[in-house]
Write a protein that binds this ligand. Structure first.
Ligand code: GLV
Ligand code: MN
Ligand code: MN
Length: 421
C-alpha cells in the first residue's frame, strides 16, 4: 500500500461518490422507460419533477436555489466574503431524448451539485461563489432548436421569439414553459443573467474513444460545429387509385429522393462529416392520398466551419435539383460554429486529472453542449468520462460507476482551483 502524499487531492475526499450514484439512479426513475432508458423531454411534467427533486437536494445541502424566465436552475454556494465575486459555474441539462439514457445531461447536473455541495461541506477555502446549473431544453428533441437555456443566457434568443414554437403534438413552447415555471412557485426568479468567471461542464463522452483507449478522463479542448435545417417539400394531394403518376406532384417521392441524394453528396471518405435526417413527417398522412407536404430535419456537423459552409451549399443544390414538380424550401434553425475552449480552463482540467492520478487524453466533442454556446462569451471547458461502447441517445446508454465518480472528483477539483484564484 502506498500512503497518499498530503498535498495531492484524492477522489474519495473531494466528493461523496455513493451520494452521486444514488442521486443519479433516483433521478433516472423520473421518465423511466420500460426498456431501461429515460424519456424526460424538455418542459414535460417529468422535466418539472426532475427539477423539483434536484432543488430539494440543493436546499437540503444549504445551497441557494433560483430560476429564471426560461426555467434554468441555479444552485449556489457563496463562501464568506465572496458575495460580489463572479461565480465559477458548472452544469448540464435534465431533459433527455425521447429514447434517451440516464446519463446524457443528468450526469453533468448531478456531478455539479455533488462538487458544489462537497466544496461547501468540506469548508474548502474559495474566493468565488460556485454554482451548479441545469439549462432548459438542451436536447431540442421536443421544441426545436436545442441549447435554449444557455442561448437565452447569452441573449442569443428571447422567449418572445420562441413562444409560439410547437412540439409535434401542437403544444406551444410558451404554454409548456408557463407550466414548468408554475411547478416551482417558491423559487426566486432571476431577472438578469449574471456574468460568469468560468464554466466547466461534465458529461459522458457519447462516443467510443475513451473506452477504447482505457482512459478515465477526456479533457475537452473544443466542440465541432453544427447546423440544423428543416426542409419543407410541397406538392399536391391526389387520389392514390386514380391519378396517373405523371400528373402527380408527389412530395413524398421528391423528399425521399432528396434524402438519398444528400447522403451521397455529403459522403465523406474520412467519415468526419456527420449528416442525419432524424425527423421525417408526411401530410396529410393517409395511405390512399398522395402526400402534399413533407418536412424533414437535417443535423449537419463537422469540426471545420468551411466544410459546414460548403456542405450547406451542396444541400441547397441537391434539394433544388431533386424537387422535380414540387416546391422546396430550407429553413436554417440553428447554427453553432466550432468552438475552442478556454486554454486556462483546459489546462486546469488536465492538471486536476493528472494530480488525481487518472489516465486522460485531450479530445474534441462530437456532441453539442451548453458549454459550447456559453463559450461564445465566457471562459469554458468540459470534462468527459467514458460510456459503454460509446452509446448515447439510446436507452442502453451506460457508464462505470467508478468513472462517473472519478469525473465528478475531477470536476470538484477543477472548480476548487478556478474558484480560488
Ligand atoms: C446533443 O444532444 C446533441 O445533439 O449533440
Ligand atoms: Mn447532453
Ligand atoms: Mn443529448
Amino acid at each position: 500500500l502506498t500512503t497518499p502524499s498530503p498535498g495531492k487531492p484524492r477522489v474519495d475526499t473531494l466528493i461523496d461518490g455513493e451520494r452521486l450514484i444514488s442521486r443519479l439512479r433516483t433521478l433516472a426513475r423520473i421518465g423511466a422507460r420500460a426498456d431501461g432508458g429515460v424519456n424526460r423531454q424538455a418542459l414535460t411534467p417529468e422535466d418539472a419533477a426532475a427539477r423539483k427533486l434536484v432543488v430539494g437536494w440543493a436546499r437540503e445541502a444549504g445551497l441557494a436555489a433560483e430560476t429564471d424566465a426560461i426555467g434554468n436552475l441555479y444552485l449556489r454556494h457563496t463562501p464568506a466574503g465572496a458575495d460580489n465575486a463572479e461565480p465559477i459555474v458548472s452544469g448540464s441539462h435534465l431533459d433527455s431524448q425521447p429514447a434517451g439514457g440516464w446519463l446524457d445531461g443528468a450526469y453533468g447536473v448531478i456531478a455539479a451539485l455533488e462538487a458544489v455541495q462537497s466544496l461547501k461541506e468540506n469548508g474548502t477555502a474559495l474566493s468565488r461563489p460556485v454554482e451548479a446549473v441545469a439549462w432548459t431544453n438542451e436536447e431540442g428533441s421536443r421544441f426545436i432548436p436545442g441549447v435554449m437555456g444557455s442561448s437565452f443566457y447569452l441573449d442569443r434568443l428571447s422567449i418572445g421569439e420562441i413562444a409560439d414554437k410547437q412540439d409535434p403534438d401542437g403544444v406551444r413552447f410558451g404554454e409548456a414553459l408557463g407550466e414548468l415555471l408554475a411547478s416551482t412557485p417558491d423559487l426566486p426568479v432571476r431577472e438578469q443573467p449574471r456574468p460568469i468567471a468560468g464554466l466547466v461542464e461534465a458529461h459522458i463522452e457519447q462516443g467510443p474513444i475513451l473506452e477504447a483507449e482505457r482512459l478515465t478522463i477526456g479533457v475537452v479542448e473544443g466542440v465541432q460545429g453544427m447546423r440544423w435545417m428543416e426542409i419543407t417539400v410541397r406538392g399536391r394531394t391526389d387520389h392514390a387509385g386514380t391519378t396517373p403518376l405523371r400528373q402527380r406532384r408527389d412530395a413524398m417521392l421528391a423528399a425521399t429522393a432528396m434524402v438519398q441524394a444528400l447522403a451521397d453528396a455529403l459522403h465523406d471518405p474520412d467519415d468526419i462529416i456527420r449528416f442525419t435526417v432524424g425527423r421525417f413527417i408526411a401530410r396529410p398522412g393517409a395511405p390512399n392520398t398522395v402526400a402534399d407536404e413533407v418536412t424533414f430535419t437535417i443535423d449537419l456537423r463537422h469540426p471545420d466551419e468551411d466544410v459546414l459552409e460548403r456542405s450547406t451549399e451542396k444541400i441547397r443544390r441537391t434539394v433544388a435539383e431533386k424537387a422535380g414538380a414540387c416546391d422546396a424550401d430550407i429553413e436554417l434553425q440553428e447554427s453553432l460554429k466550432p468552438v475552442r475552449f478556454d486554454q486556462r480552463i483546459v489546462e486546469t482540467v488536465a492538471s486536476a486529472a493528472s494530480d488525481l492520478g487518472l489516465p486522460a487524453r485531450r479530445m474534441v466533442s462530437g456532441a453539442g453542449h451548453d458549454a459550447a454556446v456559453l463559450a461564445q462569451r465566457y471562459p469554458c471547458g468540459m470534462v468527459f468520462v467514458p460510456c459503454h461502447k460509446g452509446i448515447s441517445h439510446h436507452p442502453s446508454e451506460d457508464a462505470d460507476e467508478a468513472d462517473l465518480i472519478a469525473g465528478a472528483a475531477v470536476l470538484a477539483e477543477t472548480l476548487r482551483r478556478l474558484a480560488s484564484d
